[in-house]
Design a protein around this ligand. Structure first.
Ligand code: PLP
Length: 384
């Protein structure tokens, strides 16, 4: 299934993190060995590192459809998302609200709560897991929030969000729009995302290294920086840039965009659908979360039959050779049920039955059918 050291495990947790692609590893090694200068240094070795960063910026800008000057390198999407709210807390007039989707990743929700404790509103979700666009249309008639945040694809359910429609609405009404595109980029074409005012992405979700990401934000130092220090990134993010990480991230994205251009995701969507149909037939009592909505081709979120707690399923599946998750990596180990499922109207009891399977590009149809057989075996084990 995937070139990783432990061949005895089928890895179905790519939404948490995806293994490093060989092309990204190669780019990382080459950059680490040859681009030894600090991009801010005044000599030729510094200039060479800086030029490599600029080339990477232009490549990423072409994929997203934005100006290279709008892109800031960060340590990952948690930083990028915090940057947005840190900036807006300083830039927006007092009393201006920010509106964020109730199903956003905790790093968006918690940043909104932290910087706008009394001035954030949650955009509700429907039972399908899609945000309520009608709510947004209705509420934004006559009201002017300082930001509307709608993620591109949900990390727990894989449900695709109507970010294009929300962006168009925000453009029509002159509202700034932010899209956390972490789970979309590398799985679906990035084209068009650059039209949003703010966009975040993270390398390790699509085959790049951990600890590197980006934020698309207004150019020319108009951003109130989260990290203070030197004047790197046009004054928007202090700290020496992770040159090798950035080059590896863009190398990974180039691989994924090539696979997307060859429509590789369409065949994989078919596999996911066949897996779901077979699972519903063979495992009575299973429910697919977000069944009626368009979802990422790699993500299946299910409510398992009400026999045992989800952690026991995860442990038993792990022993059987399948790495799966109970939802988001951030939510696992926590007592409280998923805020995403709660926003979709699931009860805490129902939400405590959720398991998430997220495949990678390299998974084959055989891997999906082995997972289905593994689930049947564990179901029998738990039931006996
Ligand atoms: N946003 C979404 C939708 C995510 O799924 C994640 C990671 O799980 C993040 C943000 C945070 O990304 P990072 O790991 O780069 O901090």
């Amino acid at each position: 299934m995937y070139v990783h050291s432990d061949k005895s495990v089928l890895y179905f947790d790519h939404n948490a993190t995806s293994p490093l692609l060989p092309e990204a590893r190669q780019a990382w090694l080459e950059a680490s060995e040859t681009l030894i200068g600090n991009p801010s240094s005044p000599h030729r070795l510094g200039a060479r590192a800086d030029a490599a960063l600029q080339t990477a910026r232009e490549k990423l800008a072409r994929f997203l459809g934005c100006d290279a000057l709008d892109l800031v390198w960060t340590s990952g999407a948690t930083e990028s998302n915090n940057m947005v709210f840190h900036h807006l807390a300083a830039a927006l007039p007092a009393r201006t609200e920010v509106w964020v989707a109730a199903i956003e990743h905790p790093c968006v929700l918690n940043a909104a709560r932290h910087y706008f404790p009394k001035r954030h509103r949650l955009i509700p979700a429907l039972k399908s897991g899609v945000i309520d666009l009608n709510w947004l249309k209705r509420e934004s008639t006559g009201k002017r929030p300082g930001l509307v945040a709608v993620m591109a694809a949900n990390n727990e359910t894989g449900v695709l969000q109507p970010w294009r429609e929300a962006l168009a609405l925000c453009r029509e009404r002159g509202l700034p729009f932010f899209c956390d595109a972490v789970q979309w980029i590398g799985k679906l074409p990035a084209a068009g995302l650059g039209g949003c005012d703010f966009v975040s992405g993270s390398a390790h979700k699509f085959g790049g290294p951990k600890g590197v990401g980006f934020l698309k934000c207004p150019a020319h130092g108009l951003v109130h920086p989260l990290l203070l220090g030197g004047k790197q990134e046009d004054g928007r993010r202090a700290g020496t840039e992770n040159v090798a990480g950035v080059l590896a991230m863009v190398a990974a994205l180039e691989v994924r965009e090539r696979m997307l251009a060859a429509k590789g995701h369409q065949q994989r969507l078919g596999w996911r659908e066949t897996f779901e149909r077979a699972l519903l037939k063979k495992l009575p009592g299973v429910e697919i979360v977000g069944a009626g909505a368009d979802r990422l081709w790699n993500t299946v979120s299910v409510l398992i039959p009400q026999r045992d707690c989800q952690q026991r399923w995860v442990v038993k599946l792990d022993k059987a050779g399948f790495a799966v998750s109970t939802g988001s990596a951030c939510a696992s180990g926590r007592e409280e049920p998923s805020h995403v499922l709660a926003a979709m109207g699931y009860t805490p009891q129902e939400a405590s039955r959720v398991l998430r399977f997220s495949s990678g590009w390299e998974a084959s149809w055989t891997d999906w059918s082995q997972l289905r057989e593994g689930l049947q075996r564990v179901n029998t084990l738990i039931g006996s």
